[in-house]
Design a protein around this ligand. Structure first.
Ligand SMILES: O=C(O)CCC(=O)C(=O)O
Ligand SMILES: [Fe+2]
Length: 297
């Protein structure tokens, strides 16, 4: 049976009428992989909330990898992560307009601070936040194709420095301006700074895609700081244009799958006293991007 889909607003596709009760046959699995590669972002509704359901759907798209930060793993399911404010908080709280907010993560690609990013990830809404809690994605491939030719011509051969960011207050670009409330218990491994090309070829399709993750980008290597900063600012404005953005208003049981080479995403966060529970799998990447560099390079 051919897969039925419909476009999401702006970018991505919704997969319709997929039976997640039975194992996926080969034709369905390969059709789903093809859709993921082509669209970069897929919505599945009514998948349910059981970890086994998420694991079975995820396995269609590749091998699962454990998150490098053990604190984030779902107890009993080390191949999944748990994002929640139920129980002990494992992420920081920031006040935005005086509302203590949990789970807000500005535009980013996952693991943009490592040279082996995950190929993709699947988010499964287990308990939807009653206030806030939306997630949005943007397509850097579409944004790259639409770049102003003068801007585009300056990018070939340029690399940017990316660093792990444990505190939004430390972001150099597109800082959302929240005020940190209290401390968190989480500890993080040491991630050395890396250099990545700003534009690179998608490992599966060869299409140009852009690396300008505002959460982790620090500078353009080899350019005077003011010039590099102006370029990064212009690129972030270009990729975050609403023409390339889809915002998802979650229902419980929804799964969103994205191509993490091509898409950036952001979590809007929600009031810290409003519960939200999300399970996530991470699809192992098989491509090295960029290189580790000396601190301060
Ligand atoms: O909580 C969300 O909606 C998304 C969190 C996120 O950035 C991720 O799972 O990679
Ligand atoms: Fe993320």
């Amino acid at each position: 049976m051919a897969l039925k889909t419909r476009p999401l607003p702006m970018i991505g596709q919704e997969v319709l009428d997929l039976d997640c009760d039975a194992p996926f046959d080969d034709a369905t699995a390969s059709g789903l992989r093809g859709l993921w590669r082509e669209a970069g972002l897929l919505l599945f509704r009514e998948v349910g909330t059981a970890p086994e359901r998420l694991r079975a759907l995820s396995a269609v798209f590749g091998e699962l990898e454990q998150h490098p930060i053990p604190d984030f793993r779902l107890p009993g399911h080390p191949d999944m992560i748990l994002l929640t404010n139920r129980g002990t908080l494992r992420g920081p709280v920031y006040a935005f307009d005086d509302v203590p907010t949990y789970g807000r993560i500005p535009w980013h690609t996952d693991l943009a601070f490592t040279t082996r990013p995950n190929a993709g990830a699947l988010l499964n809404m287990v308990e939807r936040a009653a206030i806030g809690g939306g997630t949005a994605w943007l397509d850097t491939q579409a944004a790259c194709a639409a770049l102003d030719p003068d801007l585009r011509s300056r990018l070939d051969g340029l690399e940017a420095r990316f660093e792990f960011c444990a505190d939004l207050g430390g972001m150099r670009f597109d800082n959302p301006g929240g005020v940190r409330v209290g401390e968190t218990r989480a500890t993080f491994p040491d991630f050395p700074p890396i250099a990545r090309p700003i534009v690179w070829q998608h490992p599966w399709t060869g299409h140009p895609i852009l690396n300008v993750c505002p959460l982790n980008i620090r500078a353009i290597i080899g350019l005077p700081q003011a010039e590099g900063d102006a370029l990064i600012t212009a690129l972030i404005a270009a990729v975050t244009d609403p023409r390339f953005v889809y915002r998802h208003d979650w229902a419980e049981g929804d799964v969103m799958l994205w191509d993490n080479y091509r898409m950036m995403h952001r979590a809007e966060g929600h009031p810290v006293d409003v519960p939200r529970v999300v399970h996530r799998t991470t699809l192992r990447g098989e491509t090295t991007v960029g290189r580790v560099i000396a601190p301060g390079a």
